[in-house]
Design a protein around this ligand. Structure first.
Ligand SMILES: Nc1ncnc2c1ncn2[C@@H]1O[C@H](COP(=O)(O)OP(=O)(O)OP(=O)(O)O)[C@@H](O)[C@H]1O
Ligand SMILES: O=P(O)(O)OC[C@H]1O[C@H](OP(=O)(O)OP(=O)(O)O)[C@H](O)[C@@H]1O
Ligand SMILES: [Mg+2]
Length: 384
């Protein structure tokens, strides 16, 4: 029936799907026409049925993003690395498009993507505070880094250790401003202005910015830092007050899409639930132990007397039945609790201290709450 609709044509990427003729992939047009094709229709979102998720196509975020989705049972079916479109079989109305992180943000703003995963730094730099971008999940737990101002350890900067010191240096004047090399040409000037550094000029490069001061091209750099090794190896240092933002991978959405496409909101809900359940579980272990006791309540009292044994909502305590002299009795109780990974050893010590034995520790895969707090926040941001 669909195939007979004169307004639809077969999608070249997903042969089982049909797309409006207006999205036919054989149209040739100029760049400006291409841009206008992405523009919103009547202040709404571009016409299409499927939801589009942008994922990093290359760079350090790419593999970690696919791993995270896999851990959430949302494996991306990607035939080969040069193909930029893929599917997540669990989410049937979703298309995955692989893009450079900055293009993910740009395409969310133009309405060509509905959802995306990118570093918070990229979202902030290319999103430029646009209110159409909503951070749906702000802590995907990888891609940790911070955007920071760094200066040489030597020469006139030897005793400069804070942004305040830097601002007060007499060297920077209208004619001879502080020269900063950065790829962050929106966040950089904004940060300097907000911090009262008025005599600053910016130059930009695509990489290896740390070389700029030693080459005499810049006095300072504003770039991402994670281990700090690149700065150290290039004789540069961070300064107090010089951190522009802290970043990690985030799930970001177009507000317009979520409001105007019902299925975008439903898909976002499912992705968010899976992400939250996985990420919450990742920091926890399930711990089981046996404990002698006269009743479940008496065992519960002992367990709850220990600060690290309260679990998510309290311990689960169940009788362990055994047969002795033909009689069924329950002198032992099994305790099940979730314990933060960081507190594991302390919890085991506390369990032992109150008579716990046979302590078993296993990884947790998912923790599904009744409703995720981030989903409630999202609905409230959307005014729903
Ligand atoms: N040193 C780092 N450690 C951890 N995460 C980082 C680091 N540098 C960057 N990132 C994060 O990874 C994202 C992508 O960085 P990546 O270096 O892969 O791409 P890029 O710099 O935009 O592109 P390219 O380096 O290919 O020009 C950044 O926006 C940031 O969120
Ligand atoms: O603090 P570190 O762990 O040393 O990491 C910081 C470096 O990582 C990034 O560069 P990247 O490796 O992406 O190379 P690029 O400059 O070519 O983008 C960033 O631009 C820094 O140069
Ligand atoms: Mg890089």
């Amino acid at each position: 029936m669909l195939a007979s609709n004169p307004n639809l044509t077969k999608c070249p990427f997903f042969p089982t799907r049909y797309v409006p003729i207006s999205r036919s992939f054989h149209i040739t047009c100029s760049v400006s026409q291409l841009q206008s094709a992405a523009e919103v229709v009547n202040g709404g979102v571009p016409e299409r049925n499927e939801i589009r998720l942008g994922l990093p196509s290359k760079g350090r975020m790419a593999a970690d993003t696919l791993d995270l989705l896999k851990d959430c049972q949302l494996s991306v079916k990607h035939v080969n690395p040069r193909q930029y479109v893929a599917q997540i079989p669990q989410l049937s109305d979703l298309e995955v498009w692989f893009q450079r992180p900055k293009d993910i943000v740009r395409k969310l703003l133009s309405g060509d993507l509905d959802l995306g995963i990118a570093g918070f730094d990229t979202v902030s730099e290319y999103g430029q505070g646009n209110e159409d971008l909503i951070i749906v999940h702000d802590a995907l737990d990888y891609g940790d880094c911070h955007l920071s101002l760094a200066i040489p350890k030597y020469g006139i900067f030897e005793n400069i250790n804070s942004l305040k010191d830097l601002a007060q240096m007499p060297q920077w004047t209208e004619e001879k401003p502080l020269r900063v090399a950065t790829g962050f040409t929106y966040l950089g000037p904004k940060f300097m202005k907000e911090n009262g550094l008025n005599h600053v000029s910016f130059s930009t490069a695509d990489g290896a910015l740390e070389a700029a001061p030693a080459m005499g091209i810049a006095d300072a750099i504003l770039d991402l830092v994670s281990s700090g090794i690149t700065l150290k190896e290039n004789n540069l240092k961070e300064i107090e007050g010089g951190v522009v933002l802290r970043s990690q991978a985030v799930l970001v959405a177009s507000k317009r899409s979520l409001i105007q496409r019902k299925s975008a909101l439903d898909t976002t809900h499912e992705i968010l639930e899976r992400l939250e359940a996985h990420l919450r579980a990742e920091g926890q272990f399930t711990v089981t132990a046996n404990m002698r006791g006269s009743s479940a309540e008496e065992v519960a009292e002992r367990v709850l007397s220990q600060p690290s044994l309260s679990g998510l909502q309290g311990p689960t305590i169940s009788p362990v039945f055994c047969k002795r002299d033909g009689q069924i009795s329950s002198d032992y109780y099994a305790i099940v609790i979730c314990v933060p990974k960081k507190a594991l050893y302390k919890s085991v010590q506390q369990l032992r201290a109150i008579g716990g034995s046979g302590v078993l520790v296993s990884p947790l895969t998912y923790i599904f709450d009744e409703e995720t707090p981030r989903w409630r926040e999202l609905l409230s941001v959307l005014g729903l």
